[in-house]
Design a protein. Structure first.
Length: 712
């Protein structure tokens, strides 16, 4: 059973100490050790399977552990209790929640159920959901419950800040509603189990007798309440075996406490610690580069992680003149990997914040590289980006789809009745909804007054220079109240995406001095038109947090600039925040098995509101394991990296209109869509039929992406 394990892994499996802490470095085979330990308990120490409890923190990890245990123990493995911490609490509460006033068949509510309750609260309390968003409310409620802040305390705290009162009111409504339904949310499962154990010793004693050996995976991600539950179950008689890596604690923002694994030997003075320090995933260049960063953290267990996988490929760091150069370089490297026989699925692009995907997505589309956003949404499909683009469309086309999207966003008192009235007027006169609002006095009350303000804003902006897209966008976002709405609800991620959209506009204006708002919107429509990649392979884009637990042959970590990674907020938090960001960098780098690329861009960032500078994490990498590329680096090997192709369709750097005039039936060539036939031309907009899967597209007829097919 242990003959195929290395020396440290064997020690971790067979040691007989009562309390054991396994510090498992990245890629060191911790799941294999954990499952083999369970098998060892049952096969060699005669522990009955049903007395073994293994706790992890995701359903995916729990299912994987179950399968591995069953593979080793066959039918005997069925008796082992492997579950998430929440599933364990459900099992405990189903048996004993009666003691705290809940029936055994209590209801467990999910996020959708939570939002349904909030919908009731918004109506009952007359609270503006635009100003107090469901996400912000649920976050507030969770924080109060986990922090043991009662309803009365919440209202007392709100006395000093009137803006907090609606939060306290929603908290009170939500809590009362749950109690009336005998329901629990995910926070309650943990909190009530912990309370049950504290208040009812006889209930706790029963569960302590049930499990003699408790094993905990991903111990670095445990929060204080979860640790209290685990300690209660262990008591003074049971065995505790924990596996984790302080260097991979990246979830403190949702409660994880790195000090728990760090102080384990103080909570259990007789504890035995085993360090798994052989990495089976990454090459020596990648691993040593990651080691040279994480060693700068003070709050960690020292371990010298090593690997036997040797490679001549150093970490490659590229600094571009701007985000588009960075994206093009990434795309070119991916194309080179593909030419070398690599599959798209073996490539991942990681980033610290979602807004960073904007330039990357453009670069991949320009190079026709298929990709998916893992666990997220494409930049131009994100709600706030689509909202902002719809405001811009109101200036140019004022189409009904854009109108419906923005007219009540933020709220202007346009209910169903007002919208129905506009639809009736629109159909009766053969005009758009906006024209019905602007030219016909058919509304009353708040909708009428707010509608007049909306029309005045759109008409004013229509008088602006169409080349000054940045001014137009800023005017619309500010005067419409959209920015204020997001700021009030502290929607930081959405605000960052809007700032990145402004950056996108600035880049377009810089590279297209005569590019109009209409042309910009046309270009964006090419990017926001979703490709279908349901089949085949594709590059995966994701945040670093989403990449935890995954691995890829080739990894790009983009946006390696101070203020981006490490984040601006972490720098404000001081040493503690910076150490978490460094752990995040360590996690990102160790996702790579064969090659690791780090990229950044120079120039001004509207998100950071300052000039970008190279991340300190890049500078912390030992020079023996990294190569630098880009205009500012004097590197003789730089020529081995091809520059982005000049004629690639980088639509953020498309030049001004070519002046090309088209006519029906003409055959044309588009840089992205290929060959097509002009179906119609109307007021400078050409409708062109392209080959499957692109279909009909509307494009400015003089656009630089178009050319007439020769000889046709």
């Amino acid at each position: 059973m242990v003959e195929n394990l290395n020396e440290q892994q064997q020690e971790a499996v067979v040691t007989n100490e009562k309390y054991i802490r396994v510090i498992a470095g990245a890629g060191s085979g911790k799941t294999r050790v954990l499952t083999t330990r369970i098998a060892h308990l049952i096969d060699h120490l005669d522990v009955r399977p049903f007395r073994v409890l293994a706790i992890t923190f995701t359903n995916k990890a729990a299912n994987e552990m179950k399968e591995r245990v069953r593979h080793i123990l066959e039918d005997r493995g069925l008796g082992v209790n492997v579950s998430t911490i929440h599933a364990l609490c459900v099992r405990i509460l189903r048996e004993d929640a009666v003691a705290i006033g809940y029936p055994k068949n209590f209801t467990i509510i999910d996020t959708q159920d939570q939002r349904s309750i909030l919908n009731e609260a918004y109506k009952a309390l007359n609270i503006d959901r635009k100003e107090y968003t469901p996400g912000a409310i649920l976050s507030y409620i969770s924080n109060q419950k986990v922090g043991d802040v009662s309803i009365d305390m919440a209202f007392a705290l709100a006395d000093d800040n009137p803006m907090q009162k609606p939060y306290a009111e929603m908290y009170a409504f939500y809590t009362k509603r749950l109690k009336a339904m005998y329901a629990m949310d995910f926070d309650d499962l943990l909190i009530l189990t912990n309370n049950l154990f504290k208040k009812y010793p006889e209930v706790l004693a029963k569960w302590q007798r049930r499990y003699s050996h408790i094993l905990v995976d991903e111990f670095q991600d445990v929060d204080n309440i979860q640790y209290n539950i685990i300690q209660c179950l262990v008591g003074s008689d049971n065995h505790l075996y924990v596996v984790g890596d302080p260097d991979q604690t990246i979830y403190t923002w949702r409660g994880a406490n790195v000090d728990i694994i760090m102080r384990f030997d103080k909570d259990y003075p007789s504890a035995h610690t085993v360090i798994l320090n052989e990495n089976y995933r990454s090459t020596d260049m990648i691993l040593e580069g990651a080691n040279s960063i994480i060693i700068n953290n003070k709050n960690r267990v020292k371990k010298d992680l090593f690997t036997k996988k040797k490679s001549e490929h150093k970490i490659k760091h590229y600094s571009g003149a701007g985000p588009e150069y960075e994206a093009n370089w990434i795309a070119e490297q991916i194309n080179q990997l593909i030419r070398d026989g690599v599959n798209y699925r073996e490539i991942a692009i990681l980033y610290r914040a979602n807004y960073l995907s904007r330039a990357i997505e453009k670069g991949l589309l320009d190079y026709k590289i298929p990709y998916v956003i893992y666990g997220g949404t494409r930049f131009y499909d994100r709600q706030e980006v689509k909202d902002a683009l719809s405001y811009l469309r109101m200036v140019v086309t004022a189409d009904d789809l854009a109108f419906i999207r923005v007219i009540n966003n933020p709220r202007r008192g346009f209910g169903d009745k007002a919208i129905d009235t506009l639809y009736e007027t629109s159909e009766a006169h053969g005009i758009t909804l906006y024209e019905a609002l602007r030219d016909h006095n058919v509304l009353s009350g708040k909708a009428k007054n707010e509608g007049l303000k909306f029309v005045a804003l759109i008409e004013e902006v229509r008088t602006y220079n169409p080349l000054e897209i940045n001014i137009i966008l800023n005017k619309l976002l500010v005067d419409s109240g959209y920015l204020k709405m997001l700021e009030a609800s502290k929607e930081e991620d959405r605000l960052e995406n809007l700032k990145e959209l402004i950056n996108d506009v600035e880049v377009y204006m810089k590279n297209n001095p005569e590019g109009t708002l209409m042309e910009y919107l046309q270009i964006i429509s090419l990017y926001s038109d979703k490709e279908n990649y349901d089949t085949g392979s594709f590059v995966q884009l994701m945040t670093i947090h989403a990449a935890k637990g995954l691995e890829f042959d080739h990894v790009f970590v983009a946006g390696m600039s101070d203020g981006v990674f490490p984040s601006e907020r972490s720098l404000i938090d001081g040493p503690t925040g910076l150490e978490e960001e460094r752990r995040l960098a360590y996690v990102a780098f160790t996702r790579a098995k064969k090659k690791l690329f780090l990229t950044e861009s120079a120039g001004y960032s509207y998100v950071l509101e300052k000039i970008r500078t190279t991340s300190r994490f890049v500078n912390e990498i030992d020079k023996d394991y990294i190569e630098h590329y880009g205009a500012q680096f004097e590197n003789k090997t730089q020529a081995s990296f091809p520059r982005p192709k000049k004629q690639i369709v980088n639509r953020s750097v498309i030049q001004k209109s070519s002046g090309l005039k088209l006519k029906d039936g003409q055959r044309v060539e588009h840089n992205m869509y290929g060959e097509g036939v002009v179906v119609a031309v109307d007021n400078g907009i050409a409708t062109i039929a392209f080959m499957h899967p692109h279909g009909l597209k509307k494009i400015v007829e003089g656009h630089a992406s178009l050319s007439v097919k020769e000889g046709k």
